[in-house]
Every structure is written in structure tokens, then in C-alpha cells.
Design a protein around this ligand. Structure first.
Ligand code: AMP
Length: 277
């Protein structure tokens, strides 16, 4: 496994890799949710490149960029075991030199849900992912369903800008109690970790109501809200039932519908989702 820090080195090594090349962009502090993407990329491609880059431009000024968990040594050991070909681990100045001034804006779908709660977030995500695609030139790129809106935004960017690669969506990996794996779960104190299962419980409730024939989105949202409000450590930021492609909020659930939520557990903001239909 080669570990490279510069764009020039990455490009040089990329030329020698057997094709097709699968690519998994991450912010590091890897867990099983990341490794499932790597394994899928390994299974479907001759070579795999993983990037580790905590992208400052997708964090708001009051967010956790500086305290976001980092452990590159551990990450590299995990990726070595998965037989990844190249790990790209650039510095912030390598990706954003001082004169940097070009941005990718994906429009309406990036302004709701996470985009409404985190202004500028998807501009940062789309820009760094476009840069990484240009640097790595992958045939396929792998993203987790865990970040459902991110997937929708990236697919739209790839289609709108005619980027020459396939975006592959990979199902969410969960802890045994249902909590979606996330690098940010490390922030949770033991009591908060227990309380955090309420996100999955609310999503499971939505699935159950829908399968029993409930089509009234507001009724489902209200029942999810009631369940989460019983958990004193939880504070709801949003609960959404939206068209899975346009992200337009629905009155009547019409599959495929994306049920997504952002909930603060103590000071830690968690997101999760399921698709109905
Ligand atoms: P991050 O390092 O959080 O930016 O995540 C890198 C990639 O891993 C993104 O495509 C995420 O959607 C994906 N990912 C993160 N957590 C999970 C999970 N629990 N299950 C599946 N994919 C995940």
C-alpha cells in the first residue's frame, strides 16, 4: 500500500494502476461503515484508492473541524489490512492553496435538510469531492447511504457536470442496537450513547407505520417526534419525509421516500435515515 500526501505523487502512481479504479473518499477515523465501502470497491474494481481528508470548507465556523477525531496511524493500519492500493492523505494547503477561489454549487437540493441546518456545508462537500474526482480520476466512487443527502448532491453534481464515473451507494452499517456507525459517535458519553439509539427507533417506527398502511407524512413525523421527545437527552433539529430524489417534503408518502433526521444528543449532532418503499 502506497501512502501519498501530494497531488503530483498521487497522479504519478495512479497512471500505473490496473483499471478500473474504485475510489472511497473519507474524513478518516475509520470504522466498519468506511470499511464496507472499501470492501465493495475492492470487489468491483482492479485497484482501490482511499482518501483521508478532514475538509475544512464543509464545516461551519461554530462546528467541530478542529476537534474532529483524527488517528491516521490507526486508519492506515486498517486500510493496509484491506489491501488498499493507494491512500491519499493531503494537507489542507495541498488541497486549498492560499489563492484558491473556485466553488461547486449544486443548487436547490443542497439548501434543505443538512444544507438548511449547515449553510455552506454542501458547497464544501461538492467542491472537495469534485477536486478529488479530478485528482484521482476514478471509474467508480463509493458513498454511504448514511449521508443520504450527500449522495443525492454528489449524484446530481456528477450528472450535471458530466463527470465520467459511476457513483455507487452502499447501505448503512449499524451497531448491534441500531445506531448508525459514525466517527462522531466517539463524542458520546456513556449515557448519551445509550440515548442515541432513539434515532434508529424513530426510523424503525416510521417503517412500521408505513408498512401498516400509514401514508400521511405529517402523522408519521408527529409520532417520530413524540418518541424522540420522550428521551430527555435528545433535541430534534429536523425530521423530514421527502421525495428520495428531489428532497421535496411530502404530504402523502409516495415511495421511494427518504425519512431523515438530525438530532442532538447532548452536544453531539447525529444524523440518520431510512428509505420507505
Ligand atoms: P466520513 O468519513 O464521515 O466523511 O464518511 C466517508 C464515507 O463513509 C461517506 O460516504 C459516508 O457516507 C460513509 N459512511 C460513514 N458512516 C457510514 C456507515 N455507518 N455506513 C455506511 N457508510 C458510512
Amino acid at each position: 500500500m502506497k501512502v501519498v500526501e501530494t497531488i503530483a505523487d498521487l497522479r504519478r502512481l495512479r497512471l500505473k494502476l490496473p483499471e478500473p479504479v474504485g475510489f472511497v473518499p473519507t474524513m478518516g477515523y475509520l470504522h466498519e461503515g468506511h470499511l464496507i465501502l472499501v470492501r465493495r470497491a475492492k470487489a468491483e474494481n482492479s485497484s482501490v484508492i482511499v482518501s483521508i481528508f478532514v475538509n475544512p470548507t464543509q464545516f461551519g465556523p461554530q462546528e467541530d473541524f478542529s476537534r474532529y477525531p483524527r488517528d491516521p496511524k490507526r486508519d492506515l493500519a486498517m486500510l493496509e489490512k484491506e489491501k488498499v492500493d493507494i491512500v491519499f492523505i493531503p494537507s489542507v494547503v495541498e488541497m486549498y492553496p492560499p489563492q484558491f477561489s473556485s466553488w461547486v454549487e449544486v443548487g436547490k437540493i443542497s439548501e434543505r435538510l443538512e444544507g438548511a441546518s449547515r449553510p455552506g456545508h454542501f458547497r464544501g462537500v461538492a467542491t472537495v469531492v469534485a477536486k478529488l474526482f479530478n485528482i484521482v480520476q476514478p471509474d467508480r466512487a463509493y458513498f454511504g447511504q448514511k449521508d443520504a443527502q450527500q449522495l443525492v448532491v454528489i449524484k446530481k453534481m456528477v450528472a450535471d457536470l458530466n463527470m465520467n464515473l459511476e457513483v455507487v451507494a452502499v447501505p448503512t452499517v449499524r451497531e448491534p442496537d441500531g445506531l448508525a456507525m459514525s466517527s462522531r459517535n466517539i463524542y458520546l458519553k456513556p449515557e448519551e450513547r445509550k440515548a442515541a439509539v432513539v434515532l434508529y427507533q424513530a426510523l424503525t417506527l416510521a417503517q412500521k407505520l408505513f408498512s401498516q398502511g400509514e401514508k400521511d407524512a405529517q402523522a408519521i413525523r408527529q409520532k417520530m417526534t413524540g418518541l424522540i421527545q420522550k428521551q430527555p437527552l435528545a433535541n430534534i433539529e429536523y425530521i423530514s419525509i421527502a421525495d428520495a430524489e428531489t428532497l421535496d417534503e411530502l404530504d402523502i408518502v409516495k415511495p421511494p421516500a427518504l425519512v431523515s433526521l438530525a438530532v442532538k444528543i447532548g452536544r453531539t449532532r447525529l444524523i440518520d435515515n431510512v428509505v420507505l418503499g
